[in-house]
Structures are given as C-alpha cells and as structure tokens.
Design a protein around this ligand. Structure first.
Ligand code: NAP
Length: 289
C-alpha cells in the first residue's frame, strides 16, 4: 500500500518514520521542506505538493497544526483534494473541530474518495514508540483499509462512528488533560511556596488516587522549572481548550473550570510561551503572585 504523509511536525515526522520502518512506501510533503530530509534519508520519497502526494498514494494522511493548516494543504489547485482519485482515501489525524472534518469528508466524497478523521492521544514519545491512541470516525471502509497503517502508529485504535465523533472525543480528552496539568502546576506552586519539598509532593501524588503517567513524566520538569522543549506545544493545548469551549457553547454545556483554564493558557500565549511545552504553564502560574 502506498501512503502519503503531509505535515512533518513533532508528531507527523515520528508517525511517518514508523510507517517507513514497517515497510510501507511513503511519499512526504511539508510546508518547511527541510523537515522532509530525515525521512528521505530513511527511504521516503518527497513530492512537490500535497496534490502530488495524493496523486501518488492509495491513502494520504495529514497531521496538521490546526484547521487553517488543514485547509491550506487540502484546498486549492495544489491541495490534497485536487489530487484525490475515486477509490482513494484521505485520513486526517490533526486535532481540529468537527466542522472542519465534515468539510474534508464532503470534499473527499465529491471526488469519489473516502475520508477518515483520526486524531490521536499521546505525545512525542508515544508517537515515536507507536503507542498512540487513535480515535477514528468517518468511512468504515477506509477505517478497515487503513488499519494496517494505523496499527503501525498506535496501540489502541477505536472506531467511533460518523465523522465529527472523533474530533469531539479528542477535545473531551484534551479538556481533561489541560485541567489535570493545570492542577498539577497549581499544587506544585502551592507546595513550593509553602516551603515544601517538591519531590516529596510528587511522591505523595504518585502514591494516591491521582497517580498517573502524565504527572510522573511532567512533574519533575515542572518542579525543576528549567527549559520546556515542546513535546506538546502550549499553543496546541490552547487551541484544543478553545475548540472544546466552542463545542460546549453549541451544546449549551457549561464548562466552568475549562473556561478559566483557557484564560490561563491565553495569558501564557501572550507571554510568548506558545512554542514551549504546555508544562511551561507553571511559569504563568508562578507570575500570579
Ligand atoms: P507541530 O510540531 O506544530 O507541527 C505542525 C505541522 O503543521 C507542521 O508540519 C507545520 O508545518 C504544519 N503547518 C502549520 N501551519 C501550516 C500552514 N498554514 N500550512 C501548511 N502547514 C502548516 O504540531 P504537532 O505537535 O506535530 O501536532 C500536530 C497535530 O496533532 C495538532 O493538531 C496537535 O494538536 C495534535 N496533537 C499533538 C500532540 C503532541 O503531543 N505534540 C499530541 C496529540 C495530538 P511547518 O513544519 O512548515 O511549520
């Protein structure tokens, strides 16, 4: 099966590499073309445009920053849709809103192609280790035919029904993650501000009901408060909080804590922390006193 991969950021480059390792023929494209080089060195081919990738692939996968980025590789004369042929598949693994996915599905269907939205949970390391959770929704036949590729990127793969369901599931998941990370940082600030040992604070958390892998991974980084190289960029977390709030607005569902946490993340963006890991939110919390 010939796979196309568009969007070679933190996640996409690791996911495309796993497809190459698994023996798929992979054609790549990225806006900043230099990010193609490490994959070409490992056997990928580069194409001149998203359209060319789609023309050369049975299934084209995109892993983009946000809805604007999805549209920029999807639409127009050089976009994925222009290159899609009947019977081919378009899988969008970016975290976007349900409306963007539904638009992508409609455009793919107009070309006689199939569409699957497949956002992921798990960060840089799970992407490298092929242990992502993949939430898929859309055309069942494309889910079945892309499964051999999805299985090389993730360990848990769910089919959630119609297009839009995977986007909504992913936003609900990230709302929880943003809240947990914020709670960890506020607890850390309180413990440190009280003169407590932050290593012992993490030990206490880890031995009780709130123990979890994210606290174990991010806790020591937050306690050290040095550099925060991005595994999950803070700007993407704020995007997900914003999209979750927009969805809640449509449903009339109050999200009391998420609304406040979104304001915190907006402040962090204004402070220039967007390209840092989302754990850098501790910096904004520490500035509040
Ligand atoms: P990233 O490192 O910021 O990469 C974003 C990709 O989108 C890059 O290929 C970038 O191209 C491209 N892009 C951005 N704006 C564009 C535009 N206007 N036109 C064309 N291409 C554009 O992001 P990431 O961390 O890999 O995340 C990708 C997606 O997965 C996001 O939706 C994110 O929310 C989601 N996600 C991320 C994580 C994580 O832990 N990192 C985990 C789960 C889900 P350039 O290289 O040219 O900038």
């Amino acid at each position: 099966m010939k796979i196309g991969f568009i969007g070679l950021g933190i996640m996409g480059s690791a996911m495309a590499e796993n497809l190459l390792k698994a023996g798929f023929k992979v054609t790549v494209w990225n806006r900043s073309s230099e990010k193609c080089a490490p994959l070409i060195a490992k056997g990928a081919e580069a194409a001149a445009s998203p359209r060319a990738v789609a023309e050369l692939s049975d299934i084209v996968i995109a892993m983009m920053a946000n809805s604007a980025a999805v549209q920029s590789v999807r639409d127009g004369a050089d976009g994925i849709i222009s290159g899609l042929k009947p019977g081919r598949g378009y899988v969008d693994m970016s975290t976007v809103d349900a409306e963007t996915s539904k638009e992508s599905a409609a455009l793919a269907h107009e070309k006689g192609a199939t569409f699957l939205e497949a956002p992921v949970a798990g960060s840089r390391k799970p992407a490298e280790d092929a242990t992502l959770t993949i939430m898929a929704a859309g055309d069942r036949e494309l889910y079945e035919s892309s499964l051999p590729a999805l299985e090389k990127m993730g360990k848990k793969i769910l089919f959630l029904g119609e297009t839009g369901n995977a986007s909504r599931m992913k936003l609900a998941n990230n709302l929880v993650m943003g809240g947990m990370l914020t709670a960890l940082c506020e607890g850390m600030a309180l413990a440190a501000g009280s003169g407590l040992d932050t290593a012992q604070f993490l030990e206490v958390l880890d031995s009780g009901a709130v123990s979890n892998p994210m606290f174990r991974l991010k806790g020591p980084q937050i306690a050290a408060n040095n550099e925060f190289p991005a595994a999950f960029p803070l700007k993407h977390m704020q995007k997900d909080l914003r999209l979750a709030l927009r969805l809640a607005e449509e449903l009339g569902q109050p999200l009391f804590a998420t609304a406040t946490i979104n304001e915190l993340f907006k402040s962090a963006l204004a402070e220039g922390l967007g390209d840092s890991d989302f754990a850098a939110i501790i910096r904004t919390i520490n500035k509040q006193h």
